[in-house]
Design a protein around this ligand. Structure first.
Ligand SMILES: CCCCC/C=C\C/C=C\CCC/C=C/C(=O)SCCNC(=O)CCNC(=O)[C@H](O)C(C)(C)COP(=O)(O)OP(=O)(O)OC[C@H]1O[C@@H](n2cnc3c(N)ncnc32)[C@H](O)[C@@H]1OP(=O)(O)O
Length: 303
């Protein structure tokens, strides 16, 4: 698809400067425990584990950046690269995104990447965040989020950019965009994604209040498509995947593109300005103070 290859090109251009990733071992392939043939070989990187099943054309991609899968620059980069690898391999038609960390799907932005960092680092970090969103939101693959833990803010961004969301029924696993409670603001493209998913009024309310929805409410508002017992998240995600894969790829992909292109284009048109806004916003003294205070609170709150 022309758009997808355009984004792919942009991703490659953007990714080049990150070649010197700290401690990254990309492209490693190893047999899965107890696995045998090609379909059981897994690959990935330090922070993203990919379990491909060639027979079904579905890969399970697990975030593993303990303790809470905070979106560090490395994790963002490794997610983009792993997804690109699967997109370039015609064997694969779908990806299930899930967490390898207990109780947390993804804690959102790694606040240590934007607290006390210089503007150049914050800019590099935000570009990586934009890239992951563009890459997932416009992916030609079917993406199903198997949300097996808490899913605030940036975690919710990842889930929202998938085609379908299955959430484990545990009251501790709340999902939503809680940015305002940290004294920060969701960027326009994230707001757009929220509105596209749950509608204008519900987004207006949830964004201002920084609502984190427990499973039943998340289902009711349309933030997730299914809520199931924790031990059925993976199997339900696979059933959902089968439903989406029953549709011919070209028709589904063109329809996805038709539904999402305008939202993505809005960011593509003003990506640099969005980065500058982010940097000047988070580097303000007052915002740095709120982020530091929030991090401190998180560190003191145990259990
Ligand atoms: C006017 C101009 C406008 C311009 C606007 C432009 C741009 C907009 C600006 C910003 C947009 C940002 C969009 C996205 C934002 C985000 O994602 S912000 C991050 C939000 N995330 C959260 O609020 C989640 C915080 N974490 C938690 O609530 C919990 O940790 C949990 C995920 C529910 C898990 O709980 P639990 O299992 O109990 O684990 P702990 O709380 O004990 O945490 C373990 C350690 O992990 C550290 N940690 C947790 N979250 C983060 C994080 N997000 N970043 C970094 N570190 C994190 C926590 O401090 C613990 O560390 P220690 O073990 O104590 O060292």
């Amino acid at each position: 698809m022309a758009l997808a290859s355009g984004v792919r090109f942009a991703a490659r251009a953007l990714l080049r400067p990150w070649a010197l990733l700290r401690g990254t071992t990309l492209g490693r392939t190893e047999p899965a425990a107890g696995g045998g043939g090609d379909g059981a070989r897994r690959f990935g990187s330090q922070r993203v584990l990919v379990e491909p099943d060639a027979a079904s054309g579905v890969a399970v991609m697990k975030l593993r950046n303990p303790p809470v899968n905070a979106l560090s620059l490395e994790l963002l980069t490794e997610l983009v690269i792993s997804l690109e690898k699967l997109e370039n391999d015609k064997t694969f038609r779908g990806v299930i995104l899930t967490s390898d960390c207990p109780r947390v799907f993804c804690a959102g932005l790694d606040l240590t990447e934007i607290c006390g960092r210089n503007p150049a680092h914050c800019a590099e970090y935000w570009k990586a965040m934009q890239e992951l969103w563009l890459r997932t939101y416009l992916s030609s693959l079917v993406l199903v989020a198997a949300i097996n833990g808490a899913c605030p803010a940036g975690g919710c961004i990842i889930a929202l950019s998938c085609d379908c969301r299955v959430l484990a029924d545990n009251p501790k696993y709340r999902i939503g965009l809680n940015e305002t409670l940290l004294g920060i603001i969701a960027p326009f493209w994230l707001k757009d994604t929220y509105v596209n998913t749950i509608g204008h009024r519900a987004s207006e309310q949830a964004l201002q209040l920084g609502s984190l929805f427990p499973p039943a409410e998340a289902l009711q508002v349309g933030l997730v498509d299914q809520v199931v017992p924790e031990d059925q998240v993976q199997s339900t995600a696979l059933s959902e995947m089968a439903r989406w894969l029953a549709v011919p790829d070209h028709a589904r992909q063109l329809t996805k593109n038709m539904m999402r292109k305008a939202t993505a284009d809005r960011l593509l048109r003003q990506r640099d300005a969005d980065t500058q806004n982010f940097v000047s916003f988070v580097c303000r003294d007052s915002i740095q103070k709120s982020l530091q205070a929030y991090l401190e609170k998180l560190r003191q709150r145990k259990g």
